[in-house]
Each structure stands twice: as structure tokens, then as C-alpha cells.
Design a protein around this ligand. Structure first.
Ligand code: SAH
Length: 369
């Protein structure tokens, strides 16, 4: 089940490509690795034959030795709000989902149009959060660096759009596949590939303090979000069993540390569940948490996952009615919390937060651009 730590040819950083060249093709001059690096990620070549400034003999040698991986599009569904969901088949036949969410909003940079890509990091997920559809799949395996990068490349190729923001909020827990997630981030944020700026990438985690600390040490310069959803250990453990192993205090300390080291404000994600976590005491405790270090809260409406046939507490979860949701927002604002409301994109195609689950994939129409 373990994804190998050593990346394939595609998915290597510049240094890793240089190492590979030095080891396997010692006669090839060192600068060739840099050329290949640019072809792979900046120019997005899909074959060695496209790498026209390499000698023909080297093109042929590379072709003989290495395979350039592909993601196969199995389905592309489009929501009435413009959200598109891609179902990709991996080389071993497993599938993942990737979601492209267009939005119009005025952000800190005064921008109005965003194209946010939500990428997966694992096939399935081992964490069993009670509100999340992916949990029903269990973990199949980690994605490779290549499979993470290709979600971006393929989404852009298939739609002709340029992605402006990237969130690691698809299937899986990024902190459990940190090595490949970090490598993909390093490649994407390298000025030479010009794929995305550091501040346009957000890694979202269920809260694994040891991995968060390792992530902090990596100094990637991207934003970090915590799926908080509850302000007491009692409730959080019921919703997210991982909280029994890593209670709130430890998780929050790791988040605070991330801020202290990176000086990048952190985000807390908070799904509002009807009558469960949306009272005045919850708002007060949430506000207190946000005061630990510069941060903001993303308040998210709960997207029902009835299609996974939930049982136990999962079956009892319901979205807060509009008035209740608004009341909770108002309480947070009164407490001085910076609150953003995450809109429900792609609900009609089950592409909204936490709705990604392949086993329940209904047949959808293939809409090719
Ligand atoms: N494992 C990571 C990233 C994937 S989940 C994490 O836990 O953060 C991405 C976001 O979607 C998280 O904030 C998650 O809590 C949220 N989410 C999951 N299921 C949801 C649902 N049914 N409705 C709304 N948000 C959901």
C-alpha cells in the first residue's frame, strides 16, 4: 500500500533529476537535467520528442528508460454554478477526484476572479471523520508527486483555464502523505516553473501535530488550515476520531507554532452542524482559539453525505438552517473573529467540500470542452 518515497522520473525536483542523471547517465552534461526540469514543469511537455533543445540521442535514451505518466479522464461533470469535477483513473486502475471551483470575490489583493483547484492527496482516507464522504472509502494508497502535479496540469489542459489558487482539500489527509505533498509544492512554487505563488496554496489538515511540526520545518511558505469543527475535545473526538489520539490542545499548539515560524496567519475550518456546535458557548470558545495567533475562520455549511448511507452520529448530522447559521456568524463577528463563509460550490454534482467519494459515484455525463 505504501507509495515509494523515490519519485518517478516525472515528479522529481531539479536536484533529484540532477542526481538521477549523475547516477544513471554520467556522460550527459549536468545542465541537461535543468533543461529537462523546465520541459517537464514549466513547458509541460508530454513527450521527450517535444524537448527540442535536447540532442536527438538523449531524447531517445530518455524515452527508452523513462515513462511520462498520465492521468486518464474518466468523467468530467459540470455543476450549474460552473464548478467542474474530474474523475481521473490512475495507472493502477484506482480513481481520484479533483474539483475546479470558479469564484468571483474581492480578496486581499483586490482580485475578482479566482479559479481554485481542489486536489486529492490520497486514494480514500484512513481518518474516518464522521461528516466526510471520503471516509467511507478507507485508505487505498498515497498519491505520488506526479499524480498530485498532474491533477493541476490536466485540469488546466482539459479546460483551457489557468488555475489561480490551489487547496489540498480533496480526498485524503495531506499530512499523511507529507513527502509527496511537499515535493509537489516545492516544484509548483519554484520561480522557474511559475505554476503558483506560495500564498496561493493552502494545505488543509485534520490536525496531526507531529506531521504539522515536520511540515513547519520544511518551510514551504504556503498557507495552513486546520479542520477544527468543534471547540471541545468531547465533541471533536465524536466527529473526528483522530482527536482521541491528538487532542485539541496539542493540535492548536502545533498550529500556533506554524504561525510563529512562518508568520503566515492560519485558517480554522468550521463546519456548522445544526444544534451541535453552533451555540453561544461554541462561538466564545472558537473566538478564544482564534486569538492564540493571527488567524481567520472559514465557516462552512455542512454538505449532507446521505449517499454514503451514514450510520451512528454521521446519520444525525444536519446543516444548520439559514437563520441559525447567520446567528452563529453574527456571534463570531461580535467576538471580533475574522470570518469568511465558504460558499457551497458544486453541491449538485457532489463536488462540494467533503463530498468526494468514488464508490458512490453515480454515472455522470461526460462533458468535454
Ligand atoms: N483531510 C484534510 C483535507 C480534506 S477535507 C482535512 O481534514 O482538512 C477538506 C475540508 O472539507 C475539511 O475542512 C473538511 O473538514 C471539510 N469537509 C469534509 N466533509 C465535509 C462535509 N460533508 N461538508 C462540509 N465540509 C466538509
Amino acid at each position: 500500500m505504501r507509495t515509494p518515497a523515490t519519485p518517478d522520473f516525472f515528479g522529481r525536483t531539479r536536484e533529484e533529476l540532477q542526481e538521477l542523471f549523475a547516477l544513471e547517465m554520467p556522460d550527459v552534461p549536468k545542465f541537461r537535467a535543468g533543461q529537462v526540469y523546465r520541459w517537464l514543469y514549466a513547458r509541460r511537455a508530454q513527450s521527450f520528442a517535444e524537448m527540442t533543445d535536447l540532442p536527438k540521442a538523449l531524447q531517445a535514451e530518455l524515452k527508452k528508460r523513462f515513462k511520462l505518466p498520465k492521468l486518464k479522464l474518466a468523467h468530467l461533470s459540470e455543476s450549474s454554478d460552473g464548478t467542474r469535477k474530474f474523475l481521473f483513473t490512475l495507472s493502477d486502475g484506482l480513481s481520484i477526484e479533483t474539483v475546479l471551483i470558479p469564484s468571483e470575490m474581492i480578496d486581499e489583493r483586490g482580485e475578482t476572479k479566482r479559479k481554485t483547484l481542489c486536489v486529492s492527496t490520497q486514494v480514500g482516507c484512513p481518518l474516518d471523520c464522521k461528516f466526510c464522504a471520503t471516509a467511507s472509502l478507507k485508505l487505498k494508497r498515497n498519491l505520488t508527486t506526479a499524480e498530485i502535479l498532474l491533477q493541476v496540469f490536466e485540469a488546466e489542459r482539459l479546460t483551457g483555464e489557468t488555475i489561480t489558487n490551489l487547496v489540498f482539500m480533496g480526498m485524503g489527509e495531506p499530512m499523511l502523505n507529507l513527502e509527496h505533498v511537499a515535493r509537489a509544492i516545492r516544484i509548483m512554487t519554484d520561480p522557474e516553473t511559475e505554476i503558483l505563488g506560495k500564498k496561493r496554496i493552502t494545505v488543509s489538515t485534520s490536525g496531526l501535530p507531529e506531521a504539522i511540526r515536520e511540515f513547519t520545518q520544511m518551510n514551504l511558505g504556503v498557507k495552513l488550515a486546520l479542520s477544527l469543527h468543534a471547540t471541545t475535545n468531547e465533541l471533536r473526538s465524536r466527529l473526528m476520531p483522530i482527536n482521541r489520539r491528538y487532542p485539541l490542545e496539542e493540535v492548536l499548539a502545533a498550529m500556533e507554532d506554524y504561525y510563529q515560524q512562518s508568520r503566515i496567519p492560519v485558517t480554522y475550518e468550521y463546519i456548522v452542524f445544526h444544534g451541535l456546535n453552533d451555540g453561544p458557548a461554541d462561538a466564545k470558545r472558537l473566538a478564544k482559539i482564534t486569538r492564540r495567533c493571527p488567524s481567520k475562520v472559514n465557516v462552512i455549511p455542512f454538505h449532507p453525505i446521505d449517499f454514503t448511507h451514514p450510520e451512528g452520529i454521521s446519520a444525525e448530522l444536519a446543516p444548520a438552517p439559514k437563520a441559525e447559521f447567520e446567528r452563529f456568524l453574527a456571534m463570531l463577528r461580535t467576538e471580533g473573529v475574522r470570518v469568511m463563509v465558504r460558499t457551497s460550490s458544486g453541491v449538485d454534482i457532489e463536488a462540494a467540500c467533503g463530498q468526494l467519494a468514488l464508490a458512490q459515484e453515480k454515472p455522470v455525463e461526460l462533458v468535454l470542452p
